[in-house]
Design a protein around this ligand. Structure first.
Ligand code: NAD
Ligand code: TYD
Length: 349
């Protein structure tokens, strides 16, 4: 039986990856290591938490000695590293947490792997990253695997830094690494600080939907299970030391996305067509707001046969249905400090 460490498995993408691996690979033991920040939630994994091949370990990756102790205890065969501070707006208001978790935390895991593994045969350290490391595109062009890094927010700079360190541990120590850089994900279990779940929550509750600037920034959206599928393929078949870009070829201006979401939600909520359009509220722009992200995912498509499974309208409808059916989940994650965060971000903006 192989033992795989998945970090950040109680978060949005991590929970989909953990669920997929626990269900699909009964011959793997999956250890989910997560410190449960505001973004980590064990309710995301209720359906698999009693499976015999699943174990949760509450631990903070910024504790380097603890990471070594945990590596020693479990003798992991592989690592899929997702734990991170992940929200650009929070990185603008408190960058240090991003430095500690995303950079120091990643190096702690690299050091533990290097020291405890000693021999690297049949081992793999897979680092999950973002397309935001490439910076911002103009109206045309795509990010490729060899596009020069040009991060512009504390979040993307911290992720770029961790990517460089992961590659440096391969070049310097021979650690068997692989990296993927993915575009914006959406789907069930995403914390309602990110655009899509925040807008769904507000439309449902007849609250203003904040659109930054003129709503003209463009993101390339991918359904989270398509990302989890790509992670599965790269973990098993990706080549050591390679980078794979993952994206949906699905670019949307924020304001067009909000219009589509309102169209879907007005139907689901039995409101008249366009009833929720009046909720759209233009607010002060994000500092240093990247204009456009767009991934060329030709490499993973050709090398590993991956492709996105869902059209955006279909994925968005599934996502809306999930949030409407999981009101208790939303109530739980928006209790506690959420209102303070929201007021700081939007009311005082
Ligand atoms: P998330 O914020 O939903 O989840 C992050 C998880 O990491 C949480 O469960 C949190 O508790 C945990 N965590 C944070 N700090 C930790 C620490 N110090 N020690 C242990 N655990 C800690 O994030 P997400 O959106 O699921 O993103 C997961 C990964 O994928 C991140 O590395 C992110 O950079 C990357 N990524 C995200 C997107 C996206 O659209 N969300 C796109 C591309 C790449
Ligand atoms: P977000 O979901 O935070 O992801 P990222 O910044 O990592 O791409 O934001 C997606 C886009 O939506 C981005 O251009 C910022 C914009 N945005 C809004 O217009 N309003 C909001 O309330 C949020 C959270 C984001």
């Amino acid at each position: 039986m192989k033992t795989i460490l998945i970090t950040g498995g109680a978060g949005f993408i991590g929970s989909h990856v953990v669920r997929r691996f626990v269900k699909k690979y009964p011959n793997y033991k999956i250890v989910n290591l997560d410190t449960l920040t505001y973004a980590g939630n064990l309710a995301n994994l209720r359906d698999i938490e009693k499976e015999p091949n699943y174990e949760f370990v509450k631990a903070d990756i910024t504790d380097g000695e603890l990471m070594k102790t945990i590596f020693n205890k479990y003798c992991f065969d592989g690592v899929i590293h997702l734990a991170a501070e992940s929200h650009v707006d929070r990185s603008i208001s408190s960058p240090m947490e991003f430095i500690f978790t995303n950079i120091v935390g990643t190096v702690n895991l690299l050091n533990a792997a290097r020291e405890i593994w000693k021999e690297f045969t049949d081992k793999r350290f897979y680092h999950i990253s973002t397309d935001e490391v490439y910076g911002s595109l103009g109206a045309t062009g795509f990010f490729y695997e060899d596009t020069a890094y040009d991060p512009r927010s504390p979040y993307s700079a911290s992720k770029a830094s961790s990517d460089h360190l992961v590659r440096a541990y391969h070049h310097t120590y021979g650690l068997p690494i692989v990296i993927s850089n993915c575009s914006n994900n959406y789907g069930p279990f995403q914390f309602p600080e990110k655009l899509i779940p925040l807008a769904i929550h507000n439309i449902k509750n007849n609250k203003p939907v904040p659109v930054y600037g003129k709503g003209e920034n463009i993101r390339d959206w991918l359904f989270v299970e398509d990302h989890a599928n790509a992670i599965d393929l790269i973990y098993h078949e990706g080549r050591i030391a390679e980078t794979y870009n993952i994206g949906g070829h699905n670019e949307w201006k924020n304001i067009d996305l909000i219009h589509l979401l309102i169209e879907i939600m007005d139907k689901k909520l039995n409101r008249s067509a366009g009833a929720s359009l009046s909720l759209i509220t233009y607010v002060k722009d994000r500092a240093g707001h990247d204009l456009r992200y767009a991934i060329d995912s030709g490499k993973i498509q050709e090398a590993l046969g991956w492709k996105p499974s869902l059209q955006f309208a279909e994925g968005l409808e599934k996502t809306v249905e999930w949030y409407l059916a999981n009101e208790e989940w939303m109530n739980n994650v928006t209790s506690g400090d959420y209102q303070k965060y929201y007021d700081d971000q939007y009311v005082k903006r």
